[in-house]
Design a protein around this ligand. Structure first.
Ligand SMILES: Cc1ncc(COP(=O)(O)O)c(C=O)c1O
Length: 369
């Protein structure tokens, strides 16, 4: 089997630790454990014996995850190594070569790349900027065939930071029901809404729905590699059996910390700090953009530490990304790597002074063109 390269992740893996300013991340600057655990908890963690634990995730963790969704029981939850593993499990266990997958673009292209590599036919369905980054439901309807097995969504979306409207959500559910196909909703940016209103989940809106998420973005804990998948109990059993082949279980200390982080009060505290930080930094980015002589312009996000920025220059997104990286030591990500040319994605989640430092360098690079 031949895998197509995951351009976004490959470029990040190669350069994120080499540049002076890494603005390629999509999450908010990570938290240290000392800021989220009490002194007693820190000591307890040091004493905790690092078992394999439960390969589903501990009952405590799964219980906390059920609290994030309506009508979900522990049997509907499997803990995974990041939402990346949750996405992998969904593609591997629900799709067969020859099946069709309708896929939202622009997007984090993990599911698309995996599915194509496994011989699944992926049909890209673009979000329309003129519709405020929504799907046109007539287009979606027209793409359904008797081979359509899944509709894959990212909500809030990476890289646009857009939220799907209630009308479009309802339309997608109705279309999926009629076609009797799965909805796979990657909701890893949920909780990072700029207005503080948590976006509705697809969870439970249709019997055949899988929701994947984790602690890497809104919760500022990517290093825990903590994710989950939520879906019908039969699906969870199948995904669990496949997880025996992938990672067996998540890291025990990550499970332990995550169970504490997802307790309602602590969760709220972290998400509140995320929102304050993002709004502050977005202000910095918007002010900076006004001094770009129109060479770049922002398509305002609603969630996440990501801003999708129009390139108003005669230059392809990857070329501009490489120019900024190689000459000014700032790593951004190219629209092409999300399936849409003409844009750069700025990660605006780092500490404010660091963001300003990176933006100064980008100003120099833009002036040099
Ligand atoms: C939409 C989306 N899904 C999944 C992932 C993987 O995240 P993680 O495995 O850290 O949860 C990312 C990472 O950027 C992402 O943007």
């Amino acid at each position: 089997m031949k895998f197509e390269e995951f351009e976004l992740e490959r470029n990040q893996s190669l350069f994120e630790n080499e540049v002076d300013y890494n603005l390629s991340e999509s999450g908010v600057h990570p938290l240290p454990l000392k800021d989220i655990l009490t002194q007693d908890e820190q000591e307890e963690l040091l004493r905790t014996e690092l078992f394999y634990g439960y390969t589903t995730g501990t009952p405590e963790l799964r219980k906390q995850i059920t609290g994030l969704y309506d009508g979900v029981e522990v049997d509907n939850v499997l803990a995974t190594s990041g939402s990346a593993e949750a996405n992998f499990l969904a593609v591997m266990t629900l799709l067969e070569p020859g099946d069709e997958l309708i896929y939202m673009v622009p997007n984090y292209l993990q599911i698309r790349g995996l599915a194509r590599s496994f011989g699944i036919t992926v049909k890209d369905l673009p979000l329309r900027e003129e519709l405020s980054w929504q799907w046109d439901l007539d287009e979606l309807k027209s793409m359904i065939t008797n081979k359509t097995k899944m509709i894959a969504i990212c909500n809030p979306d990476n890289p646009t930071g857009a939220l799907m409207s209630a009308d479009v959500m309802a339309g997608v559910v109705a279309i999926a029901r009629e076609a009797d196909c799965w909805i796979l909703s990657d909701e890893v940016y949920r909780g990072a809404e700029l207005n503080g209103v948590e976006s509705p989940s697809f969870c439970g809106l249709h019997e055949k729905t899988i929701v994947n998420a984790g602690l890497s973005k809104a919760y500022r804990l990517p290093g825990l590699r903590l994710g989950w998948t939520v879906g019908p109990a039969d699906y969870i059993k199948t995904a669990w059996a496949f997880h025996d082949y992938t990672t067996i279980s998540i890291a025990y200390h990550s499970d332990w910390v995550a169970s504490k982080v997802l307790a309602p009060e602590r969760r709220k505290k972290i998400l509140d700090s995320t929102r304050v930080h993002l709004n502050h930094n977005l202000g910095t980015l918007v002010d900076w953009m006004e001094n770009c002589d129109g060479k770049l312009s922002l398509s305002p996000p609603q969630a996440g530490a990501i801003a999708f920025v129009h390139i108003n220059l005669d230059m392809l997104s990857q070329d501009l990304t490489y120019h900024i990286r190689d000459n000014y030591s700032v790593l951004l990500t190219a629209g092409k790597w999300f399936g849409l040319e003409g844009f750069l994605r700025f990660g605006y989640g780092p500490p404010n002074e660091y963001l300003i430092g990176g933006l100064d360098r980008i100003s120099q690079s833009i002036k040099s063109l």
